[in-house]
Design a protein around this ligand. Structure first.
Ligand code: PLP
Length: 417
Protein backbone atom coordinates (compact mmCIF):
# COMPACT_ATOMS: atom_id res chain seq x y z
CA UNK A 1 0.00 0.00 0.00
CA UNK A 2 1.27 3.49 -0.74
CA UNK A 3 1.77 5.94 2.10
CA UNK A 4 -0.60 8.83 2.79
CA UNK A 5 2.09 10.79 4.60
CA UNK A 6 2.85 14.23 3.18
CA UNK A 7 6.49 14.93 4.06
CA UNK A 8 8.04 18.35 4.73
CA UNK A 9 10.28 19.93 2.09
CA UNK A 10 9.57 16.97 -0.20
CA UNK A 11 8.46 16.95 -3.82
CA UNK A 12 6.49 13.72 -3.84
CA UNK A 13 6.17 13.83 -7.62
CA UNK A 14 9.86 13.00 -7.94
CA UNK A 15 9.24 9.67 -6.22
CA UNK A 16 12.54 9.79 -4.39
CA UNK A 17 12.96 6.91 -1.94
CA UNK A 18 11.78 7.62 1.61
CA UNK A 19 13.52 5.12 3.90
CA UNK A 20 11.67 3.72 6.89
CA UNK A 21 13.73 4.10 10.07
CA UNK A 22 12.99 1.84 13.00
CA UNK A 23 15.69 2.56 15.55
CA UNK A 24 18.34 5.10 16.52
CA UNK A 25 21.40 4.79 18.72
CA UNK A 26 24.22 7.29 19.12
CA UNK A 27 25.12 8.70 15.72
CA UNK A 28 23.39 5.86 13.87
CA UNK A 29 19.93 5.16 12.52
CA UNK A 30 18.72 1.72 11.44
CA UNK A 31 16.24 1.21 8.62
CA UNK A 32 13.56 -1.45 8.38
CA UNK A 33 15.65 -3.35 5.84
CA UNK A 34 18.58 -3.52 8.25
CA UNK A 35 20.83 -0.77 6.91
CA UNK A 36 22.89 1.28 9.35
CA UNK A 37 22.82 4.98 8.43
CA UNK A 38 25.24 7.49 9.93
CA UNK A 39 23.34 10.65 10.89
CA UNK A 40 25.75 13.31 9.56
CA UNK A 41 23.32 16.19 10.15
CA UNK A 42 21.95 15.31 13.60
CA UNK A 43 18.50 14.64 12.12
CA UNK A 44 18.17 18.22 10.93
CA UNK A 45 20.33 19.83 13.61
CA UNK A 46 18.50 18.60 16.70
CA UNK A 47 20.34 15.54 18.05
CA UNK A 48 23.26 16.68 20.21
CA UNK A 49 24.16 13.76 22.52
CA UNK A 50 23.18 11.03 20.04
CA UNK A 51 19.92 9.21 19.36
CA UNK A 52 18.15 7.56 22.30
CA UNK A 53 20.59 8.92 24.86
CA UNK A 54 19.99 6.63 27.87
CA UNK A 55 19.74 9.44 30.42
CA UNK A 56 17.22 11.38 28.36
CA UNK A 57 15.18 8.26 27.55
CA UNK A 58 15.08 7.32 31.25
CA UNK A 59 13.89 10.81 32.21
CA UNK A 60 11.12 10.60 29.62
CA UNK A 61 10.04 7.15 30.88
CA UNK A 62 9.98 8.33 34.49
CA UNK A 63 7.97 11.45 33.70
CA UNK A 64 5.36 9.44 31.78
CA UNK A 65 4.60 7.58 35.03
CA UNK A 66 3.72 10.83 36.79
CA UNK A 67 2.20 13.56 34.64
CA UNK A 68 1.69 13.65 30.88
CA UNK A 69 0.27 17.09 30.17
CA UNK A 70 -1.08 20.10 32.02
CA UNK A 71 -2.71 23.39 31.11
CA UNK A 72 0.08 25.91 31.66
CA UNK A 73 -2.01 29.05 32.03
CA UNK A 74 -2.41 29.50 35.76
CA UNK A 75 -0.95 26.05 36.61
CA UNK A 76 2.59 24.78 36.86
CA UNK A 77 4.58 21.57 37.33
CA UNK A 78 7.99 20.65 38.67
CA UNK A 79 9.67 19.73 35.34
CA UNK A 80 8.96 23.24 34.00
CA UNK A 81 10.03 24.93 37.24
CA UNK A 82 13.22 22.87 37.34
CA UNK A 83 13.95 23.67 33.70
CA UNK A 84 13.43 27.40 34.21
CA UNK A 85 15.83 27.31 37.17
CA UNK A 86 18.34 25.27 35.19
CA UNK A 87 18.24 27.63 32.22
CA UNK A 88 18.59 30.66 34.45
CA UNK A 89 21.73 29.13 35.92
CA UNK A 90 23.51 28.65 32.56
CA UNK A 91 22.06 31.26 30.20
CA UNK A 92 23.03 34.97 30.18
CA UNK A 93 22.27 36.57 33.51
CA UNK A 94 20.07 39.34 32.11
CA UNK A 95 17.61 36.77 30.73
CA UNK A 96 15.45 36.41 33.81
CA UNK A 97 12.24 35.01 32.31
CA UNK A 98 11.47 31.76 30.52
CA UNK A 99 8.47 31.44 28.20
CA UNK A 100 7.75 27.96 26.85
CA UNK A 101 6.52 26.85 23.45
CA UNK A 102 7.01 23.87 21.21
CA UNK A 103 9.21 24.60 18.20
CA UNK A 104 11.87 26.95 16.96
CA UNK A 105 9.34 28.74 14.78
CA UNK A 106 6.98 29.37 17.67
CA UNK A 107 9.87 30.55 19.86
CA UNK A 108 10.54 33.15 17.16
CA UNK A 109 6.87 34.15 16.91
CA UNK A 110 6.87 34.57 20.68
CA UNK A 111 10.05 36.69 20.54
CA UNK A 112 8.55 38.99 17.91
CA UNK A 113 5.32 39.35 19.88
CA UNK A 114 7.28 40.10 23.07
CA UNK A 115 9.22 42.83 21.25
CA UNK A 116 6.05 44.41 19.90
CA UNK A 117 4.38 44.10 23.30
CA UNK A 118 7.36 45.83 24.88
CA UNK A 119 6.97 48.89 22.68
CA UNK A 120 3.17 48.86 22.86
CA UNK A 121 3.40 49.04 26.65
CA UNK A 122 5.61 52.11 26.34
CA UNK A 123 3.19 53.61 23.86
CA UNK A 124 6.05 54.11 21.46
CA UNK A 125 5.11 53.43 17.87
CA UNK A 126 7.80 50.90 17.04
CA UNK A 127 6.56 47.94 15.00
CA UNK A 128 9.27 47.46 12.45
CA UNK A 129 11.54 44.40 12.54
CA UNK A 130 15.11 44.44 11.26
CA UNK A 131 16.52 41.20 9.90
CA UNK A 132 19.76 39.89 8.50
CA UNK A 133 20.10 38.94 4.85
CA UNK A 134 20.02 35.14 4.17
CA UNK A 135 18.53 34.37 7.56
CA UNK A 136 16.10 31.62 8.45
CA UNK A 137 13.84 31.65 11.48
CA UNK A 138 11.20 29.03 10.70
CA UNK A 139 8.25 28.35 8.43
CA UNK A 140 5.25 29.93 10.11
CA UNK A 141 4.04 33.21 8.60
CA UNK A 142 5.77 35.49 11.10
CA UNK A 143 8.98 33.46 11.08
CA UNK A 144 8.98 33.44 7.27
CA UNK A 145 8.44 37.19 7.26
CA UNK A 146 11.68 37.76 9.14
CA UNK A 147 13.58 35.19 7.06
CA UNK A 148 15.04 35.30 3.57
CA UNK A 149 12.55 35.43 0.73
CA UNK A 150 12.93 32.93 -2.06
CA UNK A 151 11.46 29.90 -3.75
CA UNK A 152 10.38 28.52 -0.34
CA UNK A 153 7.96 31.31 0.38
CA UNK A 154 7.09 32.83 -2.99
CA UNK A 155 3.48 31.63 -2.84
CA UNK A 156 2.97 33.16 0.59
CA UNK A 157 4.83 36.41 -0.05
CA UNK A 158 1.68 38.57 -0.22
CA UNK A 159 0.96 37.66 3.41
CA UNK A 160 4.46 38.28 4.77
CA UNK A 161 5.00 41.51 6.65
CA UNK A 162 7.48 44.15 5.65
CA UNK A 163 10.94 44.11 7.25
CA UNK A 164 14.24 45.92 6.71
CA UNK A 165 17.03 43.65 5.53
CA UNK A 166 20.55 44.37 6.78
CA UNK A 167 23.40 42.76 4.81
CA UNK A 168 25.16 39.80 6.39
CA UNK A 169 28.49 41.16 7.77
CA UNK A 170 30.73 38.61 6.04
CA UNK A 171 34.43 39.25 6.35
CA UNK A 172 35.48 42.30 4.35
CA UNK A 173 31.92 43.64 4.07
CA UNK A 174 31.26 44.46 7.68
CA UNK A 175 31.10 48.23 7.33
CA UNK A 176 28.25 48.15 4.80
CA UNK A 177 26.25 46.01 7.21
CA UNK A 178 26.95 48.32 10.15
CA UNK A 179 25.97 51.38 8.11
CA UNK A 180 22.72 49.76 6.99
CA UNK A 181 21.87 48.72 10.54
CA UNK A 182 22.71 52.18 11.86
CA UNK A 183 20.44 53.80 9.25
CA UNK A 184 17.59 51.38 9.95
CA UNK A 185 17.88 51.96 13.70
CA UNK A 186 18.08 55.74 13.28
CA UNK A 187 14.64 55.82 11.62
CA UNK A 188 13.20 55.34 15.07
CA UNK A 189 10.49 52.82 14.21
CA UNK A 190 12.53 49.63 14.76
CA UNK A 191 11.22 47.41 17.53
CA UNK A 192 13.87 44.70 17.26
CA UNK A 193 16.69 43.21 15.24
CA UNK A 194 16.56 39.42 14.96
CA UNK A 195 19.72 37.48 14.13
CA UNK A 196 21.15 34.01 13.99
CA UNK A 197 24.41 34.55 15.87
CA UNK A 198 27.62 33.59 14.02
CA UNK A 199 26.11 31.07 11.58
CA UNK A 200 23.20 31.54 9.18
CA UNK A 201 22.04 27.92 9.05
CA UNK A 202 19.41 27.30 6.40
CA UNK A 203 20.76 30.30 4.46
CA UNK A 204 23.69 28.05 3.55
CA UNK A 205 25.84 27.73 6.69
CA UNK A 206 27.19 31.24 6.14
CA UNK A 207 29.59 32.34 8.84
CA UNK A 208 30.30 35.92 9.83
CA UNK A 209 32.66 37.34 12.40
CA UNK A 210 32.20 37.61 16.14
CA UNK A 211 33.44 41.19 16.02
CA UNK A 212 30.62 42.05 13.63
CA UNK A 213 28.08 40.39 15.88
CA UNK A 214 29.29 42.42 18.87
CA UNK A 215 29.26 45.64 16.84
CA UNK A 216 25.70 45.02 15.64
CA UNK A 217 24.58 44.46 19.21
CA UNK A 218 26.26 47.75 20.21
CA UNK A 219 24.46 49.63 17.41
CA UNK A 220 21.10 48.25 18.53
CA UNK A 221 21.85 49.13 22.13
CA UNK A 222 22.67 52.73 21.23
CA UNK A 223 19.27 53.07 19.58
CA UNK A 224 17.31 51.08 22.15
CA UNK A 225 16.40 48.48 19.52
CA UNK A 226 15.77 45.07 21.12
CA UNK A 227 18.25 42.41 20.09
CA UNK A 228 16.74 38.97 19.48
CA UNK A 229 19.22 36.08 19.24
CA UNK A 230 17.75 33.08 17.45
CA UNK A 231 20.04 30.33 18.76
CA UNK A 232 17.63 27.57 17.78
CA UNK A 233 20.39 25.98 15.67
CA UNK A 234 23.57 27.56 17.07
CA UNK A 235 22.74 26.85 20.73
CA UNK A 236 23.71 23.81 22.80
CA UNK A 237 27.34 23.55 21.79
CA UNK A 238 27.11 23.46 18.01
CA UNK A 239 29.51 26.35 17.49
CA UNK A 240 31.93 25.29 20.23
CA UNK A 241 30.28 27.02 23.19
CA UNK A 242 26.88 26.66 24.85
CA UNK A 243 25.64 29.69 22.88
CA UNK A 244 27.27 31.25 19.82
CA UNK A 245 26.56 34.76 21.12
CA UNK A 246 28.69 34.20 24.22
CA UNK A 247 31.76 34.02 21.94
CA UNK A 248 31.03 37.63 20.98
CA UNK A 249 30.60 38.55 24.63
CA UNK A 250 27.03 39.72 24.12
CA UNK A 251 23.73 39.03 25.86
CA UNK A 252 20.58 39.44 23.81
CA UNK A 253 17.38 40.99 25.16
CA UNK A 254 15.43 37.99 23.91
CA UNK A 255 16.81 34.50 23.21
CA UNK A 256 15.19 31.69 21.22
CA UNK A 257 16.15 28.09 21.98
CA UNK A 258 14.78 24.79 20.71
CA UNK A 259 16.32 21.87 18.73
CA UNK A 260 19.08 20.78 21.18
CA UNK A 261 17.07 21.93 24.22
CA UNK A 262 15.85 18.37 24.79
CA UNK A 263 19.03 16.92 23.33
CA UNK A 264 16.92 16.62 20.20
CA UNK A 265 14.53 14.06 21.65
CA UNK A 266 11.16 15.81 21.98
CA UNK A 267 9.68 19.05 20.63
CA UNK A 268 10.14 21.93 23.05
CA UNK A 269 11.25 25.55 22.82
CA UNK A 270 11.81 28.48 25.10
CA UNK A 271 11.98 32.20 24.55
CA UNK A 272 14.01 33.79 27.31
CA UNK A 273 13.46 37.48 27.98
CA UNK A 274 15.11 40.24 29.97
CA UNK A 275 13.36 41.77 32.95
CA UNK A 276 12.35 44.98 31.08
CA UNK A 277 10.64 42.89 28.38
CA UNK A 278 8.81 40.91 31.06
CA UNK A 279 7.93 43.98 33.10
CA UNK A 280 6.39 45.63 30.04
CA UNK A 281 3.72 42.93 30.25
CA UNK A 282 3.44 43.02 34.05
CA UNK A 283 0.83 44.87 36.08
CA UNK A 284 -2.75 44.57 37.22
CA UNK A 285 -4.32 45.29 33.85
CA UNK A 286 -5.37 42.06 32.14
CA UNK A 287 -5.24 43.84 28.79
CA UNK A 288 -1.46 44.13 28.99
CA UNK A 289 -0.60 40.49 29.72
CA UNK A 290 1.33 38.49 27.15
CA UNK A 291 -1.30 37.00 24.90
CA UNK A 292 0.29 33.81 23.69
CA UNK A 293 -0.12 30.10 24.31
CA UNK A 294 -0.03 26.80 22.55
CA UNK A 295 -1.82 23.74 23.84
CA UNK A 296 1.38 21.91 24.67
CA UNK A 297 3.19 24.84 26.29
CA UNK A 298 5.83 23.37 28.64
CA UNK A 299 4.68 19.79 28.16
CA UNK A 300 5.96 17.95 31.28
CA UNK A 301 7.50 15.02 29.39
CA UNK A 302 9.36 17.36 27.03
CA UNK A 303 10.52 19.43 30.02
CA UNK A 304 11.79 16.27 31.72
CA UNK A 305 13.80 15.48 28.57
CA UNK A 306 15.24 19.00 28.62
CA UNK A 307 16.12 18.65 32.32
CA UNK A 308 18.02 15.47 31.47
CA UNK A 309 19.85 17.40 28.74
CA UNK A 310 20.81 20.08 31.27
CA UNK A 311 22.00 17.38 33.68
CA UNK A 312 24.20 15.96 30.91
CA UNK A 313 25.65 19.43 30.35
CA UNK A 314 26.23 19.75 34.10
CA UNK A 315 27.93 16.44 34.81
CA UNK A 316 29.42 15.21 31.56
CA UNK A 317 32.36 16.78 29.69
CA UNK A 318 30.14 18.03 26.85
CA UNK A 319 32.35 20.96 25.88
CA UNK A 320 35.37 18.63 25.75
CA UNK A 321 33.47 16.35 23.37
CA UNK A 322 32.56 19.41 21.35
CA UNK A 323 36.19 20.57 21.24
CA UNK A 324 37.32 17.10 20.19
CA UNK A 325 34.70 16.91 17.42
CA UNK A 326 35.67 20.40 16.32
CA UNK A 327 39.26 19.21 15.78
CA UNK A 328 38.19 16.08 13.90
CA UNK A 329 35.76 18.08 11.75
CA UNK A 330 38.55 20.52 10.95
CA UNK A 331 40.69 17.66 9.63
CA UNK A 332 37.84 16.38 7.46
CA UNK A 333 37.27 19.87 6.05
CA UNK A 334 40.96 20.31 5.21
CA UNK A 335 40.94 17.01 3.39
CA UNK A 336 37.70 17.58 1.43
CA UNK A 337 38.68 21.15 0.57
CA UNK A 338 41.53 19.76 -1.53
CA UNK A 339 39.06 18.22 -3.99
CA UNK A 340 38.63 20.07 -7.29
CA UNK A 341 35.60 22.35 -7.51
CA UNK A 342 35.30 22.87 -3.74
CA UNK A 343 35.10 26.49 -2.70
CA UNK A 344 34.54 28.50 0.50
CA UNK A 345 35.45 25.84 3.06
CA UNK A 346 34.32 27.10 6.45
CA UNK A 347 33.83 25.98 10.01
CA UNK A 348 32.16 27.19 13.17
CA UNK A 349 32.75 24.81 16.04
CA UNK A 350 31.36 21.38 15.18
CA UNK A 351 29.83 22.57 11.91
CA UNK A 352 31.79 22.32 8.66
CA UNK A 353 30.55 23.46 5.24
CA UNK A 354 31.78 24.12 1.73
CA UNK A 355 30.27 24.94 -1.64
CA UNK A 356 30.50 22.88 -4.80
CA UNK A 357 31.06 24.81 -8.00
CA UNK A 358 28.18 24.01 -10.33
CA UNK A 359 27.63 24.72 -14.00
CA UNK A 360 23.85 24.77 -13.82
CA UNK A 361 21.47 26.22 -11.27
CA UNK A 362 22.83 27.39 -7.94
CA UNK A 363 20.98 28.22 -4.74
CA UNK A 364 18.57 25.93 -2.94
CA UNK A 365 17.46 24.10 -6.08
CA UNK A 366 20.95 23.33 -7.39
CA UNK A 367 21.01 19.84 -8.91
CA UNK A 368 24.07 18.75 -7.00
CA UNK A 369 22.13 18.62 -3.70
CA UNK A 370 19.76 15.74 -4.43
CA UNK A 371 22.47 13.82 -6.32
CA UNK A 372 24.86 13.93 -3.37
CA UNK A 373 22.06 13.24 -0.90
CA UNK A 374 20.91 10.10 -2.78
CA UNK A 375 24.44 8.82 -3.29
CA UNK A 376 25.17 9.23 0.43
CA UNK A 377 21.94 7.52 1.44
CA UNK A 378 22.83 4.50 -0.68
CA UNK A 379 26.18 4.36 1.05
CA UNK A 380 24.74 4.66 4.54
CA UNK A 381 25.11 8.36 5.31
CA UNK A 382 22.26 10.79 6.03
CA UNK A 383 23.29 14.07 4.43
CA UNK A 384 21.09 16.86 3.09
CA UNK A 385 22.96 19.57 1.19
CA UNK A 386 21.51 23.08 1.09
CA UNK A 387 21.60 23.63 -2.65
CA UNK A 388 25.26 23.42 -3.64
CA UNK A 389 26.37 23.80 -0.03
CA UNK A 390 27.43 20.57 1.63
CA UNK A 391 27.70 20.60 5.40
CA UNK A 392 28.36 18.07 8.13
CA UNK A 393 26.92 18.60 11.63
CA UNK A 394 26.90 15.28 13.48
CA UNK A 395 25.92 14.47 17.06
CA UNK A 396 28.80 15.17 19.46
CA UNK A 397 29.19 11.47 20.29
CA UNK A 398 30.09 10.40 16.75
CA UNK A 399 32.99 7.93 16.58
CA UNK A 400 35.98 8.65 14.39
CA UNK A 401 35.28 5.61 12.16
CA UNK A 402 31.86 7.02 11.33
CA UNK A 403 33.27 10.47 10.68
CA UNK A 404 35.82 8.97 8.28
CA UNK A 405 33.04 7.06 6.54
CA UNK A 406 31.15 10.32 6.06
CA UNK A 407 34.28 11.90 4.59
CA UNK A 408 34.90 9.02 2.20
CA UNK A 409 31.29 8.83 1.08
CA UNK A 410 31.20 12.57 0.39
CA UNK A 411 34.47 12.32 -1.51
CA UNK A 412 33.17 9.47 -3.68
CA UNK A 413 29.89 11.30 -4.27
CA UNK A 414 31.74 14.41 -5.41
CA UNK A 415 34.31 12.79 -7.65
CA UNK A 416 31.57 10.50 -8.89
CA UNK A 417 33.22 7.11 -8.84
C1 PLP B 1 15.34 25.25 12.63
C2 PLP B 1 15.35 26.70 12.93
C3 PLP B 1 14.18 27.36 13.29
C4 PLP B 1 12.83 26.70 13.28
O1 PLP B 1 12.73 25.69 14.21
P1 PLP B 1 11.56 24.62 14.07
O2 PLP B 1 11.62 23.83 15.31
O3 PLP B 1 11.89 23.82 12.84
O4 PLP B 1 10.28 25.35 13.91
C5 PLP B 1 14.27 28.69 13.67
N1 PLP B 1 15.45 29.33 13.66
C6 PLP B 1 16.59 28.73 13.30
C7 PLP B 1 17.87 29.48 13.33
C8 PLP B 1 16.58 27.38 12.90
O5 PLP B 1 17.71 26.80 12.50
Amino acid sequence: MTSSVWHPFTQHGLHEPIPLVVRGEGAALYTADGARIIDAISSWWVTTHGHCNPRIMAAIREQTERLDQLIFAGWTHEPAEELARGLRAIMPENLTRVFFSDSGSTSVEVALKMALGFWAAREEPRHHILVMEHSYHGDTIGAMSVGARGVFNRAYEPLLFDVTVVPCPVEGHEQAAFDALERACARGDAAAFIVEPLVLGAGGMLIYTLGALAEMKAICERHGVLFIADEVMTGWGRTGTLLASEQAGISPDILCLSKGLTGGSLPLAVTMASEPVYMAHYGTDRASMFFHSSSYTANPVACAAANANLAIWRDEPVLERVADLKKRQSAMLASLARLPGIINPRQAGTIIAFDVETKGATGYLADIGPVVRERCRKEGVLLRPLGNTIYVMPPFCIEQDDLLTIENVIRRALVGD
